[in-house]
Design a protein around this ligand. Sequence first.
Ligand code: AMP
Length: 188
Amino acid sequence: MNIILFGPPGCGKGTQAKNLVADRGWVQLSTGDMLRAAIASGSELGERVKAIVDGGNLVPDEIVIELIEERLPEAEAAGGAIFDGFPRTVAQAEALDAALAKRGSKVDAVIRLLVDEKELVARMEKRAAEEGRADDNIDAFKVRLKAYQDQTAPLLPFYADQGKLKEVEGMGSMEDVAARISAALDEK
Ligand code: AMP
């Protein structure tokens, strides 16, 4: 099973991905986590992407595509991948389709979490206090939201046309949202 958790920054993708890991034993593939780990380690890749990530812009497609491809065997062995924050552009989505097809696999479902903008800002501010992420400040957040609207939202028709898009109400408690995601996944 390969599922994509889709939505703007702060919509709860990471939290819900972790829920699915605990529930179903699948593997969370978060390009944001991978990039933050690279930055924290001070690797060459980390140095290359730090300013881009801190500013809230998207890193080049080929970087995240490579990070994801490296992790596909592990997810396959676990029986499922939860893509969290990937793909974010149409080029990434096409590369993911190609990489999965090579392995005789495909994207099974795209879960779009619907959260209103006021709530997104509130969640970002809460996380800023708890985790201290460099891109959890209002300026970087605005850039991230704009990147979502301009570059990532065009993926919605891409997946809707394939009949894979499922919309889930993302407001409310973590448990309620998890239950809605579970129901949407079991629908098929
Ligand atoms: P996230 O944790 O998913 O919000 O990602 C944090 C930051 O990492 C984003 O604002 C981007 O700078 C970068 N990033 C994460 N995933 C991607 C992706 N799929 N494509 C491009 N940039 C990404």
